[in-house]
Design a protein around this ligand. Structure first.
Ligand code: ADP
Length: 421
């Protein structure tokens, strides 16, 4: 099956086309056919398209809305001059998999999108007011462009964390507020944490139930997850993606009293304070320079910039604290997994995070650590370390495509529908 994977943001649509099916999943032989992104939807958009094995094409064109963006992607994929293998007409796109940010408590796994599921995603809008509306626009756009006969599947960022026990997901605020407003820890980046846990057990040749790890997704957004017996036991992001680790522009954990204090001192509304904590804090806020870890490392190295060094130190210290907390939560894990742009590419940050964890039995192998970047997967701790460390590049799109195929095939089995090629 050829699956169009869509990740719709408020003004962007990212996509991949992936050829996969149950037998290809079993052999780990899925194929990426094409990828791309349309940014700045609503005006003169910046478009990047790339077919497998071809150079990327980058151009600008007016793109009115999400529907126009999805149509543009499909038109490009089907055009002979784009050289997307296996895709010659719209009929060659067999299913669509959507990244959906918030599935609330209702969606514990990926599902085929029906009108009822769409209403369920709408019900979660108040929990993710910036993200879910864009995801819904993408679903409607794909349905209009490809027709109702092409199955669509929703894969939720929150779903993997629905196994959190009550004591991990409840905040210590009056219980009726959880009942009334669904205020609790949901967690995000679930597809990424689930994917790296799957890769880890594949690399180790162990069963899901034997998978006890702490995964650190360190990108622009950052989160840590404690995984016990293959299931999410705790995670650092909460009701929203603002909680937890220090991120590019987000503060992560702070004393909640700061919100009111800041509002009074700076003459801001609480919404403005929330914006400040989401957009002007984290690495950017501390350094006053940039939210980009690579640039911060350069600044620290080349100019010994004090605040760049401080931002890096606070980032690493917070990550290390979470590893300690989650080792206690899991009751002793076997490995720490690094993923995301920073986790996959920065030996220096990985080494700084792991400083002092020798006590837990974690010792990095400097050579292996230095060699793992640019997509290389593998072990970076010393042989025989009690607590191992791995770099595992994430691939959320692949997991979305695989979930899509699994949902569609299962529905066909149930209904006895004819199987597409
Ligand atoms: P997103 O969360 O938006 O998907 P990414 O996972 O691509 O983002 O991560 C982006 C972050 O990864 C940026 O802070 C970037 O500086 C950082 N990064 C990428 N490559 C390196 C590198 N070689 N060294 C340090 N940081 C890096």
């Amino acid at each position: 099956m050829n699956v169009l994977v869509l990740n719709c943001g408020s003004s962007s649509v990212k996509f991949q086309l992936i050829a996969t099916d149950l037998d290809l999943i079993a052999q780990d032989a899925d194929r990426k056919l094409a990828r791309g992104v349309i940014e700045r939807i609503g005006g003169e958009a910046i478009i990047t398209f790339q077919a497998e094995g071809q150079p990327a094409q980058r151009f600008t064109a007016p793109v009115r809305d999400h529907r126009a963006a999805v149509e543009q992607i499909i038109r490009w994929a089907c055009a002979p001059e784009s050289n997307v293998s296996e895709i010659h007409s719209v009929g060659d796109i067999n299913a669509v998999g959507h990244r959906v940010v918030h599935g609330g408590e209702r969606f514990t796994q990926s599902v085929i999108i029906t009108d009822e599921v769409l209403r369920g995603i709408e019900d979660c809008i108040d929990l993710a007011p910036l993200h879910n509306p864009a995801n819904i626009r993408g679903i409607i756009a794909a349905r209009e462009s490809l027709g109702p006969g092409v199955p669509q599947v929703a894969v939720f960022d929150t779903a993997f964390h629905q196994t959190l026990p009550e004591h991990a997901y409840l905040y210590a605020i009056p219980y009726q507020l959880y009942r009334r407003h669904r205020i609790r820890r949901y967690g995000f980046h679930g597809t990424s944490h689930r994917y790296v846990a799957y890769r880890y057990r594949t690399l180790r040749g162990i069963a899901r139930e034997e998978t006890n790890v702490i995964s650190l997704h360190l990108g622009n957004g950052c989160s840590a997850t404690a995984i016990k017996r293959g299931q999410s036991l705790d995670t650092s992001m909460g009701l929203t993606p603002l909680e937890g680790l220090v991120m590019g522009t987000r503060s992560g954990d702070i004393d909640p009293a700061i919100v009111d204090f800041l509002a009074a001192k700076e003459g801001l509304t609480t919404q403005e304070v929330e914006m400040l904590l989401n957009k002007q804090s984290g690495l950017l806020g501390i350094s006053g320079l940039t939210n980009d870890m690579r640039e911060l490392l350069d600044e620290a190295r080349e100019h010994n910039d004090r605040r760049a060094r401080l931002a890096i130190e606070i980032f690493c210290y917070r990550a290390r604290k979470y590893i300690g907390a989650y080792l206690a939560a899991v009751g002793g894990a076997d490995a720490v997994i690094f993923t995301g742009g920073i986790g996959e590419n920065s030996p220096e940050i990985r080494a700084r995070i792991c400083e002092g964890l020798e006590w837990f039995g974690l010792e990095l192998d400097p050579e292996k650590n230095a060699a793992h970047k640019n997509g290389r997967e593998g072990l970076i701790s010393r042989d025989g370390a009690k607590l191992a460390a791995y770099v595992i590049p994430t691939d959320e799109e692949l997991l979305i495509a695989r979930d899509t195929v699994r949902c569609v095939r299962a529905a066909m089995e149930r209904t006895g529908a004819p199987k597409p090629a």
